[in-house]
Design a binder for this molecule. Structure first.
Ligand code: CDP
Length: 211
């Protein structure tokens, strides 16, 4: 089973790069952030407070999540809503919940088994979910560029708001007790600031040749 782990903070280029690497290698692609967002969406939908650890953990164990072209949560197409401001506000607390992580990590490992590996993107893929990944990549970019990229995607929010939200989530993701965002000791760190997607993908593929 060949797993390529791509981790990094918001706006580092993870999704774009991970999708491109998967398509160049003919491997399947999994966005684990979409799974945490799906749990946050499911909790909000039934009126569960994202800070209520026990009830959110129950939601995580019971919810049906399909992550593909569309993200379907308990039969509801939530592709658009999981990227919206409400879910984005709630997701950090949901992702800091150790019982939620336990459930989703298990589902991620099962996904990889079923798909005979793949390109898997997140925050803890190289450190926790697949410590034996074939290749681990940690993408970074400077704060300004990350906020600029994300502001382009969510056209209804101003740059300042997006920058503040990214800074808040970076802080929570890096300081939480359960699987904080961290660079795996054997990962390749690539700064994507000012570099094109093709360049970064070529860089990763060339390392794979050497790996
Ligand atoms: O929008 P962005 O690319 O920053 O985030 P995402 O990849 O959609 O993930 C949303 C949130 O889920 C992150 O802020 C993390 O709190 C959490 N997450 C995580 O804890 N572990 C993962 N493997 C993936 C995402």
């Amino acid at each position: 089973m060949r797993v390529i782990a791509i981790d990094g903070p918001a706006g580092s280029g993870k999704s774009t790069v991970a999708r491109a690497v998967a398509s160049r290698l003919g491997l399947d692609y999994l966005d684990t952030g979409a799974m945490y967002r799906a749990v946050a969406f499911a909790a909000l939908r039934v009126g569960v407070d994202p800070d209520d650890a026990e009830r959110v953990a129950r939601v995580a164990r019971e919810v049906a999540i399909e992550v593909g072209e569309a993200v379907v949560v308990d039969g509801v197409d939530a592709t658009i809503e999981i990227r919206g401001p409400e879910v984005t506000r709630a997701v950090s607390a949901v992702a800091a919940n150790p019982d939620v992580r336990k459930e989703l990590v298990q589902r991620q490992r099962e996904w990889a088994e079923r798909h005979a590996g793949g390109v898997i993107e997140g925050r803890d893929i190289g450190t926790v979910v697949f410590p034996d990944a074939h290749l681990k990549v940690f993408l970074t970019a400077n704060d300004e560029e990350r906020a600029r990229r994300r502001a382009k995607e969510v056209s209804d929010l101003a740059y300042d708001q997006v920058a503040a939200d990214i800074a808040r989530r970076d802080h929570v993701d890096s300081t939480r007790a359960a699987s904080p965002l961290a660079v795996a000791q054997d990962s390749v760190v690539i700064d994507t600031t000012g570099r094109s997607v093709d360049e970064i993908v070529d860089d990763i593929l060339s390392r794979l040749g050497a790996a």
